[in-house]
Ligand binder design. Structure first.
Ligand code: MSP
Length: 522
């Protein structure tokens, strides 16, 4: 089975803050999950390098647009490397492979009569590179970013969206998995389609930095036809070398933030219909990472960059925090308090301590040798096995529905239950009573569940997972397979490491909150 997952291509208009990294961490985790399940998983990310905003940014820095985007693409790749993003391809909209195909697609749309020439007058938001109608403005300002808009008029090409309106609505209705979560579909219908779907302006003549329309080169193809088609051009669509396209299209999962939901849920499927291509199976729209005082912004002095947190607290705590804190229907809030709390409670108290206690008990009671499964679990162990199996099912259910934070929560419920199992079975008493059989079974179940936990967290926190497996002596690849999650009795002749090392050390709450607050002020 194949699994093609994409992130949006990023505007390289500045450093990426912690919120921006969310989409990519999530896409990476989904890729890793499907790969771990044995699928042929392929992940695409990249940069969206054209437009007026980029032209302006380059000028500010005294660079040509090309120099500017080259530097920014290098910066993005460096950041994703630090965050261990396992992408298979990084597309840049200035790549030749993209430019040529976008021009072909535009020509095709013109020939089919999907694109026509007209004149556009509208309220234009420069930073968002979007025109809005009077009714779409909020208090006379840009509905997406809240900034000032100006009235502009120009000759432009338009995409006839109305032609596809009914087909789109029918598609929504017949494909309940197309949009997740479901309420985003209703938002599209009620806010944009029912009030009358507007045709989309797809070219500009007011700037140069973009892909030229071949048949009318004073027009530059403006953002969405250029940007959205990256998901196809990266696979070689429209070229002689289109094996990847044949193999991976349609996308299985496209992940986007809520600010670009409209473009991905309305225009993108319509472009695909116009190209006579299949639509992605699922588009997941996620919310934003915000701060207690609203959106992250340099002027508010509340911005935090992923590198800053990774440097001090390690990559996996950042990945965990992002994925765990994002609810399905509201924004996640980043605060130094919540970050330190998650670190101390979930990672240190629950996970790290469980590993530590277990490794030291196996060393103490069995000289590091993991006892073998006895095949006849007693009542307490059986109940624990059933609980663990139920948690795995709940994880699968939640992740299948793309409720990422809830899925992680199910893993942590298993971690807590495993800690509780130690308190319940009291291995120290069993040792005192010399109840070897029971003690063996407890140790076996603890290690088995740590193995399961390590597999479950692997897509999200690969380093931590590997660290756990190393400490419990599991090197055999066949024991790290997803399909072994519910198996017992496979651990034979394995030794834990002699001296366990904490994978997360307890943080001094006050000191670290202060530390992060200072980072944000800088
Ligand atoms: N270039 C467009 C996408 C074109 S896709 C064909 C774009 N780029 S972006 O750099 O502005 O945003 C990239 C991703 O980061 C988007 O999914 C966006 O929603 C996401 N985020 C930006 N700020 C965010 C938060 N504060 N929180 C979570 N995600 C955020 O849009």
């Amino acid at each position: 089975m194949k699994f093609y997952v994409t992130t949006p291509i990023y505007y390289p208009s500045g450093k990426f803050h912690i919120g921006t990294a969310y989409t990519t961490v999530l896409a990476d985790s989904m890729k890793r999950l499907h790969a771990l399940k044995g699928e042929d998983a392929y992940m695409l990310t990249g940069t969206d390098e054209h437009g007026q905003k980029i032209e302006e940014k380059a000028k500010e820095q005294g660079k040509t647009p090309k120099q500017y985007v080259d530097d920014m693409a290098a910066y993005a790749k460096e950041l994703w490397k630090k965050m261990k993003i396992d992408y298979d391809d990084f597309i840049r909209t200035t790549d030749d492979r993209h430019v040529k195909v976008v021009q072909k697609i535009f020509d095709k749309f013109m020939e089919q009569g999907d694109i026509y020439k007209g004149e556009y007058e509208g309220w234009y938001c420069v930073p968002c590179e979007s025109y809005f109608t009077e009714t779409q403005l909020v208090d006379g300002k840009c509905p997406d970013c809240g900034r000032k808009v100006k009235l502009m008029k120009e000759e432009a090409y338009f995409f006839n969206m109305k032609k596809y309106e009914n087909r789109l609505l029918k598609y929504y209705e017949e494909n309940p998995d197309f949009i997740k979560p479901e309420f985003r579909k209703n938002e599209m219908i009620n806010n944009f389609i029912k009030p009358g779907l507007e045709d989309l302006c797809v070219t500009r003549t007011t700037f140069d930095w973009g892909i030229k329309v071949l048949k009318d080169p004073k027009h530059v193809i403006y953002v969405w036809v250029d940007a959205l088609t990256n998901y196809l051009t990266a696979l070689g669509y429209g070229t002689d070398n289109d094996e990847l396209f044949k193999k991976y299209w349609p996308a299985d999962l496209q992940i986007v933030g809520k600010d670009i939901a409209r473009f991905h849920l309305i225009y993108w499927p319509i472009f695909l219909m116009a190209l006579d291509l299949s639509l992605p199976k699922t588009i997941l729209v996620h919310n934003w990472v915000t701060m207690k005082d609203g959106k992250m912004s340099k002027s508010k002095g509340n911005v935090i960059y992923p590198e800053q947190l990774i440097e001090r607290y390690g990559l996996d705590s950042v990945r965990y925090f992002l994925l765990r804190e994002m609810p399905v229907s509201q924004d996640a809030i980043f605060s130094p308090e919540s970050f330190v709390e998650r670190y101390n409670f979930d990672l240190c108290n629950d996970l790290s301590n469980l590993l530590n206690r277990t490794v030291s008990m196996v060393n103490k009671y069995f000289e590091g040798n993991i006892p073998e499964y006895n095949g006849t679990p007693n009542e307490v162990d059986k109940e624990f096995e059933e609980f663990s199996s139920k948690q795995i099912d709940l994880f699968e259910e939640k992740i299948g529905n793309l409720e990422i934070a809830n899925a992680l929560q199910e893993i942590w419920t298993l971690i807590s239950r495993t800690n509780k199992y130690i308190d319940e079975t009291m291995p120290w008493s069993l040792a005192k009573e010399d109840n070897k059989e029971k003690l063996k079974s407890v140790m076996y179940h603890l290690i088995e569940n740590l193995r399961k936990i390590a597999i479950l967290i692997k897509p999200f926190m690969n380093d931590t997972s590997e660290n756990i497996l190393r400490q419990i002596g599991i090197e055999d690849e066949t024991l790290i397979k997803w399909k072994t999650l519910k198996e017992y009795d496979k651990l034979k002749g394995i030794k834990v490491i002699e001296k366990g090392q904490p994978i997360f050390m307890r943080l001094n709450t006050e000191e670290e909150i202060e530390y992060i607050k200072n980072l944000m002020k800088k």
